[in-house]
Write a protein that binds this ligand. Structure first.
Ligand code: GLU
Length: 466
């Protein structure tokens, strides 16, 4: 059985980029009836906050990316917070020490910076120069006696090649000579990312890791650690990062918002999921799909290597599709309190049905509630022009037609066509403009009965006098 995971560091609100990583892992697990695990990588105690953990759990649930193992879904592999796994890591540090595969490193940040600078100046790729790689037991004791706290470095074997098949990018090869000995425990005793991330994946039984391509070069290091510890290695797949129109990684500048912000703006989770699932993964069809359908068709073969460009228009397209799919009661809940206050209870169902195809965001509902249920609106310039062009005589005929039709739109249009001699756009546009103040909007056959005879008459009279 496959097991995928999302392993966020709770140092801020999650954005579309990390949401997509979570989503791909959730879809892959569901596609193969596997398990999707959530692990909280909170080793950076300074920057991590519990509030971000709650928030991201709420975000994942909201999207429908539910995890079967992790916080609030405790299984045998608990705890799922890295900050609570110190004892577990200690055992594996001990094992590596016993195997002679790690050594204490006393180099200060300044010393390391100088060394990197010299290497760069000599045209070499900067990597650890090995200063502490061969300290004697006495030297180590002396440094400790001075009160120096060492970091723990992993001894990378020389002259070897690490090869792995990336699920997205195919065969990857790295010469270990290009990888400097790296820190797996910091001088302050906190575990480094390379280490606990790899160890936890192995201990938690994770079989497939989909993550951002910014982690690709971490993978050979992580494979070395797992190899040294004799732990199982997951399959890694590095998905391309989401970029903005200028090809730089997606950021606030490109309109990227946190999921929390998007939710508060009225974006629906199904739209976001339909959009993100297609960003770097191709689906055979462009139809709106449910989470289960997206999962059923999720396929590692369909993950693309090309960077995925964020397109707000596409996101909006899927939002529109999601709104169209939503049932009336859900839409009502999604609308603002201000909209609820404007629509009389007896008109609720008719209102929702009438405006449904014209909604993309909750404020569209507020606009239509204002137009259809209040007199607190003005003609748009286009609507004013239509009314002006039609002239007062047209609206005099319209008032008669309204009376005869009793708000049945087909009848009214038919009567008015005969009496005014107008047809098509010249007939419908001035009526729409007079009755709604707009030149586009919901079906007039639904708008007219919703307005009712009195209101429609008053609005036609107003247009007549305009
Ligand atoms: N905590 C890491 C991050 O948020 C996880 C990386 C990974 O998925 O392996 O970048």
């Amino acid at each position: 059985m496959i097991k995928t995971r999302f392993a966020p560091s709770p140092t801020g609100l999650i954005h579309l980029g990390n949401v997509r990583t979570a989503l791909f892992n959730a879809l892959l697990a569901q596609a193969q009836q596997g398990v999707f695990l959530l692990r909280i990588e909170d080793t950076d105690q300074e920057r991590s906050a519990e509030q971000y953990v709650w928030q991201l759990m709420e975000d994942l649930r909201w999207l429908g990316a539910n995890w079967q193992e992790g916080p609030a879904q405790e299984r045998d592999n608990a705890p799922y917070y890295q900050s609570q796994r110190g004892e577990i890591y200690a055992r594996y540090y001990d094992q590596l020490s016993a195997q002679g595969q790690v050594y204490p490193c006393f180099c200060s940040q300044q010393e390391l910076a100088v060394s990197r600078k010299l290497q760069r100046a000599a045209g070499q790729a900067p990597r650890y120069a090995g200063t502490c790689a061969h300290l004697s037991v006495e030297e180590i004791a002396q440094k400790r006696a001075k009160g120096l706290q060492p970091a723990l470095r992993f001894r990378v074997p020389r002259g070897a090649t690490i090869e792995f098949t990336d699920l997205v990018r195919g065969t990857q090869r790295y010469a270990t000579d290009d990888i400097g000995d790296f820190i797996i425990r910091r001088a302050d005793d906190t575990p480094a990312f390379f280490f606990c991330n790899a160890v936890d994946d192995a201990l938690m039984g994770v079989t497939h890791v989909l993550r951002g391509e910014d982690h690709l070069t971490n993978t050979p290091r992580q494979l070395l650690i797992l190899q040294a510890l004799g732990l199982p290695k997951p399959h890694y797949g590095h998905i391309s990062l989401i970029v903005g129109a200028d090809n730089s990684p997606l950021s606030k500048r490109h309109g990227s918002r946190s999921l929390k912000e998007l939710r508060e703006e009225g974006w629906l989770p199904e739209g976001i999921v339909n959009y993100l699932a297609r960003l770097g993964h191709t689906y055979g069809q462009d139809d709106f799909l449910t989470f289960a359908q997206l999962a059923a068709q999720f396929d590692l073969q369909r993950l693309g290597k090309a960077s995925a460009k964020f397109d707000e228009q596409q996101l909006k397209h899927w939002q529109q599709q999601a709104v169209l799919q939503a049932d009336p009661e859900r839409l009502w809940q999604w609308m603002d309190a201000a909209t609820h206050a404007l629509v009389p209870p007896e008109a609720k169902t008719a209102f929702i049905n009438t405006v449904h195809p014209n909604l993309v965001f909750p404020q569209d509902a507020l606009l239509w509630a204002t137009i259809l249920c209040t007199e607190n609106w003005a003609y748009t310039p286009e609507a004013a022009a239509e009314i002006h062009n039609a002239g007062a005589a047209f609206f005099a005929h319209a008032l008669v037609a309204l009376q005869d039709s009793q708000t049945d739109w087909q009848t009214m249009a038919h009567c008015l066509k005969i009496s005014s001699g107008k047809k098509g756009k010249n007939l419908f546009m001035p009526l729409r403009a007079a009755l709604t103040g707009m030149t586009h909007g919901p079906e007039m056959s639904q708008v007219l009965p919703l307005l009712g005879l009195e209101t429609a008459r008053a609005r036609l009279q107003k247009a007549q006098a305009a």
